[in-house]
Design a protein around this ligand. Sequence first.
Ligand code: ADP
Length: 484
Amino acid sequence: MSLRPLGIDPSHCFIGGVWAPGESGETLDLRNPSDGSTLCAIARGTEADIDRAVAAGEQALEGEWGRLANFERGRILHRIGQKVLEHVETLAELEALDVGKPLKQARADVIALARYMEFYAGAADKIHGTTIPFLDGYTVYTMREPHGVTGHIIPWNYPMQIIGRSVGAALTMGNAAVLKPAEEACLTALAFAGIAHEAGLPAGALNVVPGLGAEAGAALTAHPGVRHISFTGSVGVGKLIQSAAAQNVVPVTLELGGKSPQLVFEDADVAAALPFLTNAGIQNAGQTCSASSRILVHRSRYDEVVSGMAARYAALRAGPAMDDLDVGPLVSARQKQIVEGFLAQGADLEVAACGQVVESAPEGGAYVAPTLFTGVSPDHRLAQDEIFGPVQVVIPFDTEEEAVSIANGTAYGLVASVWSDSGARQMRLAKRLRAGQVFLNNYGAGGGVELPFGGSGLSGHGREKGFEALYGFSTLKTVAALHG
Ligand code: ADP
């Protein structure tokens, strides 16, 4: 598989509007998680490539890109969105092959990428400053300005969606972006750069340097020319990135995952809840920051929820991305090993049901059968740590107080949901749950492009998506004129 349909060589970097190999000439093998084969070679970007990419961004800011009116930036973003939609099938196939996600999930990601472009296209000329009443003889106003060159380090689980929310918002505010996609999956990042270029995005406004985290990623975070860093990925790397950013005193947005709970109360509509309870755990094989990996259930509805979820789990089929089943492989053999390590820790727990890996699934694929654990103690590792696999735990509770305490009882705070008919309880818990997003009688796994998203605690800080992201990707200047 290659990017040939889009006329792109996947072993190239995209810097200053030009496709070329990395300076070292070295490449990395990109694997197909569905069968373990090599998909293609990608560039192994280095510090030298990052230097060139940051310089290209600075040049773009000095040139055409930096001078465009907000509505003109919006028009370009809109055209990018349209072009993304023209390439839905190609992009979906690339994402499915690269990440291992079933085609229908990959297609939904392409649509989301287009939606980000549409949303931010419309927002580009609607973010403005204010005037501030001050002393006699003064006029004071504020302006929103770009940071400058922004660094974007993204993971392999939802490349297109994360490019949409992070690069999309940065470009909207007039920044020039340098994107370092994950070494496990970077084809759609490259494809997106090609599409954006074709749609008229000026050279240097978006630069893509694939490579290893410890090389290209670390070089990007340490670069003094980078004025803002957004990162989505693991807690460990998030800490490294925040430390690196501190050396240059630049702001960071960190989205580091979670252990998001759904709370099912005695007055819940369980039939309505069941698809959400399960899908939020197995979507993208559980490799979702906002996956709901803990299901907390009032004891009076516990058996009903467990049997309903178990029936769904028993019907789940995992297989190659292109077979478009319920669940694909995990992204890599390494990720499979990590998830199997967690499953081994659950050896003493009750398993309510497992899905099945289809017999035709290739030996070399990174498959794990979706697994539902029940009766899990809230302090068990499987109920505390982010697993990043198709694994959920069900935990019973007796009172609302206990439910809140269990829900808030991990180091994370990304998403939560409440299933209850009581409006008072919904409002009460929306306040008390520690999460950046709370869903009432639904679960959005991060929600739509319009909804601000981000967490607290080990889930990170800063908000992406919606208008809120545009504040993070810009800085506020206050102008005070004394005119008498
Ligand atoms: P995972 O463990 O799920 O693969 P990571 O947090 O390791 O997630 O990776 C997310 C992104 O961070 C990837 O693009 C990866 O290359 C990058 N990355 C990894 N290590 C570093 C680092 N030391 N500095 C900057 N980026 C890094």
